[in-house]
Ligand binder design. Structure first.
Ligand SMILES: [Zn+2]
Length: 336
């Protein structure tokens, strides 16, 4: 009988779920809508119901279920599984671990979604084989996960690794979702790049693909910027230089602080591939400490949207091992 790990990636619009074996192979993968009505009070119940339906459908025995690892979009107390707040789910303090364990009867591990994605990349993705890595997720916002000696760095209140809120623009920065001004997220996330592009086309008098597209659609995405760059558009090139300079400086400073083996770049924006990585490497190398330059590597994430559920499964697995060990030890204690 295969042991089953359950990975859950709870997002603002949809929740990804997966049954994964202890070698990290998918047994089943599916997605449900995140129902945010009434301050998000149905979210956890929907997850529980969806899991139990799937367990029935696949005829999985209860003993096969090792545990649930879940990533949530907010700061978490990793020890207790208390989620302090998730603004985009409508949650205040929520006892995610307690509620899920009560409803399912199996062990639950909760962590911040960016941390869980980082663990996923460490187990099965671009960080495979290393215990010292940082994962930066360039999506609508910017998430960060720091893993040192195989452990996630949480900080005193679960806000460790919030790379998106490192300050990049000191003066007249744009207001971030967190309330501060000039955060990295406002200039290097998908929405940040889109905003910089719109600003640039409004200011410029030069001809540009981006300007053409903006006049037609009244919108520009981060993908538009990289598409225009691909077509040799000079304005797009300047925007990408700008974005990668902000990001490169932030990563260079993080590199100087932690000297990880790898910095893994993921999220929607990382689909730009080498068009992003090449200028990013340039600025990283220019600004980081000399030893870091030769020992820390910037690489693209490889798991895409699966990083969260794979990381969740890994947490369930290691936590399950931990529980088994405690049980085993207390058993030994009883004997002696
Ligand atoms: Zn911020």
């Amino acid at each position: 009988m295969t042991n089953v790990l359950i990975g859950v990636d709870l997002g603002g619009t949809s929740t990804k779920l997966a049954f994964i074996d202890e070698n990290g192979h998918f047994l089943n993968k599916w997605e449900i809508e995140t129902d945010k009505r009434d301050s998000g009070k149905y979210i956890l119940l929907n997850i529980v119901n969806s899991i139990s339906e799937k367990v029935k459908e696949l005829k999985i025995e209860r003993e096969q279920l090792i545990g649930i690892g879940i990533g949530v979009p907010g700061p978490v107390n990793f020890e207790t599984g208390l989620v302090y707040q998730c603004v985009n789910l409508g949650w205040g303090e929520t006892q995610v671990k307690e509620i899920l364990e009560k409803e399912t009867g199996i062990p639950v591990v909760v962590d911040n979604d960016a941390n869980v994605a980082a663990i996923g990349e460490m187990w099965k993705g671009a960080g495979k084989g290393t215990k010292n890595m940082i994962c930066v997720t360039l999506g609508t916002g910017i998430g960060g996960g720091v893993i040192m000696d195989g452990n996630i760095v949480h900080g005193v209140k679960g806000a460790g690794g919030e790379i998106g809120h490192i300050v990049s623009v000191m003066n007249d920065g744009f207001t971030c979702n967190c309330g501060k001004k000039g955060c990295l997220e406002t200039v290097a996330s998908a929405s940040g790049i889109s905003r910089l592009a719109i600003e640039a086309v409004r200011k410029t008098k030069r001809d540009s693909k981006l300007k053409e597209w903006y006049e037609k659609r009244n919108q520009l995405t981060a993908k538009d910027v990289f598409d225009a760059l691909h077509e040799g558009d000079q304005l797009a090139e300047e925007i990408v230089e700008n974005v990668t300079k902000y990001l490169g400086v932030a990563l260079a400073n993080i590199g100087s602080l932690l000297n990880p083996e790898k910095i893994v770049i993921g999220g929607g924006v990382s689909a730009a591939g080498n068009a992003l990585l090449a200028p990013l490497n340039h600025y990283f190398n220019q600004y980081t400490f000399s030893t870091v330059r030769i020992s820390t590597m910037l690489v693209l994430a490889t798991l895409g949207n699966d990083a969260g559920v794979i990381g969740g499964a890994y947490l369930a697995k290691t936590y399950g091992d931990h529980i088994r060990k405690i049980k085993h030890n207390s058993y030994i204690k009883e004997l002696t």
